[in-house]
Design a protein around this ligand. Structure first.
Ligand code: HEC
Length: 158
């Protein structure tokens, strides 16, 4: 009896592996990405790519275990929600108002240590930001907000 249940569970675990969400494997760098509207120094870009791009761009680097059901669905959910809030691959397309708001949010999230998500850092230990790195990104959001303001004034719209 116990043996049949065990076999049943194993078959179930194998079968659910075939239920895979679609992968976020477009290109992170596109004509609409952030670099086309705001200068991003290499140092900042490196940090964003390692710590944010998996959930906030059109391209996720999937480690092997992220393909296992249900980890894949859990990650997929984070990617969808993350991209809805902020997508560096399409950042250029927003209004000045939205861009400014997103820069402000990035700064706040880093200040409060809310991003990258803790659950992500358990595994992606290299994505953890130290104080100097966090400050580097926060300083960049400030310069970026000035640039967005100047652009919006030059174009006379928000
Ligand atoms: C594991 C996926 C993941 C990673 C990595 C990640 N985020 Fe997020 N992010 C999310 C999700 C999910 C949301 C939406 C839900 C929430 O706010 O918690 C979000 C929301 C946000 C928001 C909007 C918050 C608001 O004010 O509503 C900002 C800004 C943000 N992330 C910035 C970043 C930055 C900057 C990094 C890198 C330093 C980063 N995130 C890394 C998943 C991620």
């Amino acid at each position: 009896m116990g043996f049949k249940i065990l076999i049943g569970i194993i078959i179930f675990l194998v079968l659910i592996q075939f239920i895979q969400p679609s992968h976020n494997n477009g290109t992170a760098e596109a004509a609409t990405d952030i670099t086309h509207t705001i200068p991003v120094p290499d140092t900042v870009m490196t940090l964003l790519k390692v710590s944010c791009y998996d959930c906030h761009s059109n391209h996720t680097e999937y480690p092997w275990y992220s393909k296992i059901t249900p980890v894949n669905w859990w990650l997929n959910n984070h990617i969808n929600e993350g991209k809805r809030e902020l997508n560096f691959s399409t950042f250029s397309t927003g209004s000045y108002k939205r861009k400014d708001k997103k820069m402000k949010e990035i700064s706040e999230q880093l200040d409060k240590h809310e991003m990258p998500l803790d659950s992500y850092l358990w595994i992606h230990t290299n994505a953890k930001l130290n104080d100097a790195q966090r400050k580097m990104i926060i300083d960049w959001t400030k310069t970026s907000r000035e640039k967005i303001m100047q652009d919006s004034l030059a174009n006379k719209r928000m």
